[in-house]
Design a protein around this ligand. Structure first.
Ligand code: IVH
Length: 684
C-alpha cells in the first residue's frame, strides 16, 4: 500500500477495502483476542490513511467502516425494540447447597445420574445487550429492558471497539443474534472517575453504573469516549445456518466470527468441578481486570438445554452462583478524625455494622474533605459501602432519598483532635495535616508503630496496642526510648506477662542489628517506601552521606524525583530528626558498612523479575529482597517486559504466559546459584 493519492476511484475502493480488512483484523486481535500484533502507532497510521481516503472519496464511506465508531448526531429518545426471543434472566445460588439442588434437579429431569458437563464462566457485572447481525452486518443493538422489549442503542454499541461491525470468517448464519455483556474494565473506570474528579464532575459509584450511564447516552459521541467492552456469552435468534452442539463450541465459533469471549470459560464434568472453579475464580476475583459478581454455570450440551427448558423467566439449565456482595447499604453513625504518621487527618466513618465483601464492616474511610463534599454525605445518612478484596472499605454513595431530618453536616476540625495543634491544608493538596509533628501523640504513636513494623526494624511482639499504651503512659516519647524500656516498665502494662516482657526485650535488642536500607525505611520519611529506602541506601552507602545530600544529589538516585528528594532533605534538615537518629545510634542501632553502588552498576539493573509457585528454601520476601538488592524490579505479573520468571512447584498461569512469550524461566536452585554468585544469600 502506498501513501500516494490513488489513481482512480476504483483504486481507492480497493485500497479502502484492504485497509478495512486489515484494521478489522488488528482490532479483533487487540480487543477480542488480547494479542495485538502491531504497535498502536502503526494501527493509528492505518486508521488515518483510511480516514483520509474516505474524506477524498465520500462515496466510499459505509456505516461498517472502522472510522465510523465515533458516534453521530444525538437522538431525542431511544426507540423501543421487541426481542424476537425473550432475554431471560438467571436463577441465583448463594451456597453449595443451592448448587447441589440445582445439579440434582437437572439429573432428575434428565433421568440420568451420570455427571453433567457444565460450561463455567464469570458473571460479568455490566449491562446485557442483544446484537443482531444480518448477512454478517451489525443491524441493531438493544438493551435487555424487561426481557421482552428493550431500547434501540445501535448508535451506541457501534462505538464499542470489541463489537464487530461486520462479522469475520465464514459459516455464520444469515441472521444471528449475539447476546452478551457490555462492561467497563476497572482500569478504565478509575481513569474515567479520575478525570471527572479533576474536572469537578460527578463520579460513578462503580464500573457497572458507569457502563450503564455510558450506554444510555442519547449522544453516541459521549459513549464513544467511554472505555466500554463487550463480551459475548450466548446467542438468541438464529436463521439460515446452524451452530455447534455445545455452548462452549458456540462461543468459540463466535470468537472466530470476531467477538470477544471470556478467556476464563471452561467446560467441566460434574458439580464438584463447578465448585472448584467457583473457589478458584473467587480467589482471583480481585486480580481480574473487570468486576464480576458470581459464576454462571450452564449445561453445556444444547440438546440437553432444550430438553430442560424454562420455568417462568429463567432457564432450568443455568444458574448464577453469586459471590458475597461487595456493596451494601448501611447507616453512617458518626465520623471520627484519625491522625496518621505524617499528621494527615483522615475522616473515618463509623457505620452500623454490615456484612459486605465477606466480612462485617463497621468502619470505612472517607479519605478527605473533598471526598466528603463530593459525596455530600451527612451523619445519619444511609450510605453505600463497598469492600472489594483486602482494600479498606469505602463509602461510594449516599441514598439521599432516605436522609432523615436529623442528618448533620460533617465539620472538618480546624484543630488536631489529639494534640490541638492547628490542622492545615497545603493549597493544591487534598490532605489536611496536623502541624504538631512529634509533639502530637498520635503522630508519635504512628511513627513508633512504623519503626517497629516487620519491614522496618521488625520488632517482634511490639504490636499497635502496646505502642499505644507505652505512649499513653508516657513510658516512651521518642523511638529511641524503646531501647531504654526495662522489664519492670513492661510488666506493668495490660496483658503483659513476665515471659512476654522478656521476649520483647530480646526482640528489641536484636532489632539493633539491622541494614541501612531498613533503618532508612524505619525513619518514616514521607514518600520513602521500602524500595526507595533501598535505592537510597545502596546509592549513598552511609547514613552520613545521605543526611548531607542536597536535593539535586538525591535526585540522581533511581526513582527519586523532586518531591521525594525534598522530603528526604527536609527530614535531615530538621534538628529534632537528626537528634532522634543520633539517639538511636547511641542506643546501639547499627548496620554493616556498605560501599555505595550506583544503580547502573548493579548486576540486575533494568531487569524485571517475577516469582511464582512455591519456593522451598527461600521465603518470597527473601527472594524479592535479594533480587532487589541486585538492582532488579520484582513485579507481580508476567508481561513482555519480564526478564525472567522464577517458577516453583504449583506454578500456573504465570508460567504458561511466560512460556508463550518466550521468557527466560528458572527454578529456585538456579535463582539461588545466581544470588550466591553475586554474594547474596549466604545465610540460606
Ligand atoms: S447467561 C439464559 N452468562 O446476568 C441465560 N448471563 O440474570 C441468560 N450475565 O442480565 C444469561 N454474565 O446480562 C449469562 N456469562 C454470563 C453472564 C450473564 C453476566 C448477566 C446477564 C443477565 C444476568 C442474568
Amino acid at each position: 500500500m502506498s501513501d500516494n493519492h490513488p489513481e482512480s476511484p476504483a483504486d481507492a475502493a480497493r485500497e479502502v477495502d484492504a485497509l478495512r480488512t486489515q484494521i478489522n483484523d488488528h482490532n479483533y486481535r487487540y480487543y477480542a483476542l488480547d494479542e495485538p500484533q502491531i504497535p498502536d502507532a502503526e494501527y493509528d497510521r492505518l486508521m488515518r490513511r483510511l480516514a483520509a481516503l474516505e474524506a477524498d472519496f465520500p462515496d466510499l464511506v459505509s456505516p461498517d467502516s472502522p472510522t465510523q465508531r465515533v458516534g453521530s448526531t444525538p437522538l431525542s429518545a431511544f426507540e423501543t425494540v421487541s426481542h424476537e426471543l425473550p432475554m431471560l434472566s438467571l436463577d441465583n445460588a448463594f451456597d453449595e447447597a443451592d448448587m447441589g439442588n440445582f445439579n440434582r434437579r437437572i439429573q432428575e429431569r434428565l433421568k440420568d445420574t451420570a455427571e453433567i458437563e457444565y460450561a463455567c464462566e464469570p458473571k460479568l457485572d455490566g449491562i446485557a445487550v442483544s446484537l443482531l447481525y444480518r448477512d454478517g452486518k451489525l443491524e441493531r443493538g438493544a438493551t435487555r429492558g424487561d426481557g421482552t422489549t428493550g431500547e434501540n442503542i445501535t448508535q451506541n454499541v457501534r462505538t464499542i471497539d470489541s463489537v464487530p461491525l461486520r462479522l469475520m470468517g465464514q459459516g455464520y448464519p444469515a441472521v444471528l443474534e449475539v447476546r452478551g455483556e457490555i462492561y467497563m474494565p476497572k482500569a478504565g473506570f478509575e481513569r474515567l472517575n479520575q478525570t471527572a474528579r479533576e474536572r469537578d464532575e460527578k463520579v460513578f459509584v462503580n464500573p457497572r453504573n458507569a457502563a450503564a450511564g455510558s450506554l444510555r447516552q442519547l449522544d453516541a459521541r459521549i459513549t464513544a469516549q467511554r472505555p466500554l467492552e463487550m463480551c459475548a456469552y450466548s446467542v438468541g435468534l438464529v436463521e439460515g445456518g446452524t451452530l455447534p452442539e455445545t455452548h462452549t463450541d458456540v462461543l468459540y465459533a463466535l470468537q472466530r466470527w470476531g467477538f470477544k469471549i471470556n478467556r476464563e470459560m471452561r467446560a467441566v464434568q460434574g458439580i464438584d468441578a463447578c465448585l472448584a472453579y467457583y473457589a478458584d475464580l473467587g480467589a482471583r476475583r480481585q486480580s481480574l481486570s473487570y468486576d464480576i459478581d458470581g459464576i454462571v454455570f450452564k449445561v453445556n450440551r444444547l440438546d440437553l438445554q432444550q430438553t430442560l427448558g424454562f420455568v417462568s423467566r429463567a432457564p432450568r439449565w443455568a444458574i448464577a452462583y453469586k459471590f458475597p456482595a461487595q456493596e451494601e447499604m448501611t447507616r453512617l453513625l458518626d465520623v471520627e478524625f484519625q491522625v496518621g504518621r505524617t499528621g494527615a487527618v483522615t475522616p473515618v466513618a463509623r457505620l452500623e455494622p454490615v456484612f459486605v465483601g465477606g466480612v462485617t464492616v463497621s468502619n470505612a474511610t472517607l479519605h478527605n474533605q473533598d471526598e466528603i463534599e463530593r459525596l455530600g454525605v451527612r451523619i445519619g445518612d444511609t450510605v453505600i459501602v463497598r469492600r472489594a478484596g483486602d482494600v479498606i472499605p469505602q463509602i461510594v454513595g449516599v441514598v439521599e432519598s432516605q436522609r432523615p431530618d436529623s442528618a448533620r453536616t460533617i465539620v472538618f476540625p480546624e484543630a488536631c483532635p489529639v494534640c490541638s495543634s492547628p490542622v492545615e491544608r497545603v493549597p493544591g493538596e487534598a490532605v489536611a495535616r496536623c502541624d504538631g509533628g512529634l509533639i502530637c501523640p498520635a503522630q508519635r504513636k504512628e511513627a513508633i508503630k512504623h519503626y517497629a513494623s516487620r519491614k522496618a526494624m521488625d520488632i517482634d511482639g511490639l504490636g499497635d496496642k502496646l505502642v499505644e499504651q507505652l505512649v499513653d503512659r508516657d513510658l516512651i516519647t521518642a523511638v529511641a526510648d524503646l531501647y531504654t524500656l526495662s522489664k519492670e516498665n513492661l510488666v506493668s502494662l495490660e496483658r503483659m506477662g513476665e515471659k512476654s516482657a522478656e521476649n520483647l526485650l530480646v526482640a528489641l535488642d536484636s532489632s539493633k542489628t539491622t541494614t541501612l536500607a531498613k533503618f532508612i525505611y524505619a525513619l518514616g520519611i514521607r514518600e520513602v517506601g521500602e524500595a526507595t529506602a533501598r535505592n537510597l541506601a545502596s546509592h549513598f552507602g552511609t547514613l552520613e552521606a545521605l543526611a548531607q545530600a542536597e536535593e539535586d544529589t538525591l535526585q540522581a538516585v533511581r526513582d527519586v524525583g523532586p518531591v521525594v528528594a525534598h522530603f528526604v532533605a527536609e527530614f535531615f534538615r530538621q534538628a529534632h530528626n537528626r537528634e532522634a537518629v543520633a539517639a538511636l545510634q547511641a542506643a546501639g542501632v547499627n548496620w554493616p558498612e556498605q560501599t555505595p553502588v550506583k544503580a547502573e552498576a548493579l548486576p540486575l539493573n533494568d531487569q524485571t523479575w517475577v516469582l511464582t509457585g512455591t519456593l522451598e528454601q527461600l521465603t518470597r520476601d527473601q527472594a524479592k529482597e535479594a533480587l532487589q538488592a541486585l538492582g532488579a524490579k520484582v513485579a507481580g505479573s508476567v508481561s513482555a517486559k519480564t526478564t525472567c520468571l522464577v517458577a516453583g512447584p504449583g506454578a500456573g498461569s504465570k508460567l504458561a504466559k511466560a512460556e508463550s512469550l518466550g521468557i527466560d524461566i528458572r527454578d529456585e536452585a538456579q535463582l539461588l546459584s545466581l544470588l550466591r554468585e553475586h554474594g547474596q544469600g549466604e545465610e540460606w
